[in-house]
Design a protein around this ligand. Structure first.
Ligand code: SF4
Ligand SMILES: [Zn+2]
Length: 346
């Protein structure tokens, strides 16, 4: 059975529940680095027609595809979604807006051009919005649509974010089923940068079928490979989302999310090698069984260290007191390659 078929079988068992199309899937405020300065952010997950790649099977770890609208939202729906989200930033004197669709903002079959333009026009007209980021698969980026976005945004800084996941085409295909290549990413990055648009690359630590050590080495290598094409690299730590192949294997004891010690190690080395490249990691679900974790005692503290480092970029913030579970993590790195794909569970 192909990897895509295995993912699709799971997708077909899960129904997208009908929900209002004029409300975003989620929105929240936070803090991020913009040109090295801590800045307020508004993140909006728009309910769109859904990720085309995900609806046809798609990525092994992705449960976001179920966030899509049960029927395609209208232009008025998109405007209403944005208005509802913007209320959360009412008090902010200035902020950055991060747009996700659980798919690709630049896929005009997913988000119609009129809706894309209306969203960007609203953001362009709001003087408090100091930067706009949108996420998309690289194959939907063209000189033409980037130019169209820039024409609307005017002088406002624009960033494209890509879920590159890894620089290895083999791992992206055989562990994630992502459906694009490293070359697709570098080409999209070149198109963006030629027009003054910055690039954020998301990597993912520990997709399926990798030992902890292989996963760690994969991300270290991927940071080096992606660095020439990205202005920021953000490392997601794989977590077990509902309705995914990752969940199906996790339930059988065949997958364990990454150790937090691994990402600490990766960031320490990567920051030394790339001191001027912003590196971040938001450990979503840290400490839980479905999320990246060490032992119960130290997971919270290590996750906090990651959040602090993501804002300060100071390697000293990655230093946390050693915990006894660190020895177990070192053993896992040493011997998990010899367990024939079975994770060492703690
Ligand atoms: S990770 Fe992105 S590209 Fe993959 S299925 Fe999910 S939304 Fe689509
Ligand atoms: Zn511990």
């Amino acid at each position: 059975m192909s990897l895509n078929k295995a993912v699709l079988d799971i997708r077909q068992r899960i129904k997208v529940r009908p929900s209002p199309t004029n409300v975003p899937a989620a929105s929240w405020t936070g803090t991020d680095l913009v040109n090295g300065v801590e800045t307020k952010t508004l993140t909006v997950i728009f309910k769109s027609a859904g990720c085309r790649w995900g609806k046809a099977g798609g990525c092994t770890m992705c449960g976001y595809v179920y966030d899509c609208a049960s029927e395609p939202p209208t232009l008025e729906d998109y405007k209403a979604q944005l208005a509802k989200a913007m209320k959360k930033a009412e008090e902010f004197p200035e902020f950055m807006v991060k747009i996700f669709t659980s798919g690709s903002f630049l896929d005009d079959q997913e988000v119609p051009v009129e809706a894309r333009d209306a969203i960007l026009e609203t953001l362009a007209a709001d003087p408090r919005v100091i930067k706009v980021l949108v996420e998309t698969r690289p194959n939907y980026v063209s000189e033409e649509n980037v130019k169209e976005c820039l024409e609307i945004l005017g002088e406002k800084p624009f960033e494209l974010a890509f879920g590159l996941e890894t620089s290895s085409d083999r791992i992206r295909k055989d562990s994630i089923n992502k459906g694009f290549t490293f070359k697709d990413f570098t080409s999209a990055s070149e198109i963006a940068r030629k027009q003054g648009v910055t690039v954020k690359a998301y990597l993912m630590l520990k997709p399926l079928f990798l030992s902890e050590r292989q996963a760690l080495e994969d991300i270290s290598r991927s940071i080096d490979d992606a660095a020439p094409y990205a202005d920021t690299i953000s490392i997601n730590l794989c977590n077990v989302q509902k309705g995914t192949l990752v969940e199906a294997l996790w339930e059988k004891g065949q997958y364990r999310p990454p150790w937090l010690w691994s990402i600490i190690d990766i960031l320490q080395k990567a920051k030394a090698a790339h001191p001027d490249l912003p590196l971040m990691s938001d450990p979503v679900g840290a400490g839980s069984k479905r999320g990246p974790h060490n032992c119960k005692k130290c997971s919270g503290e290590v996750a906090d260290a990651l959040r602090t480092f993501s804002l300060t970029q100071d390697p000293a913030d990655l230093k946390t007191p050693d915990c006894e579970c660190k020895e177990l993590w070192k053993k896992v790195l040493e011997i998990e390659d010899f367990t024939y794909g079975t994770p060492i569970l703690d």
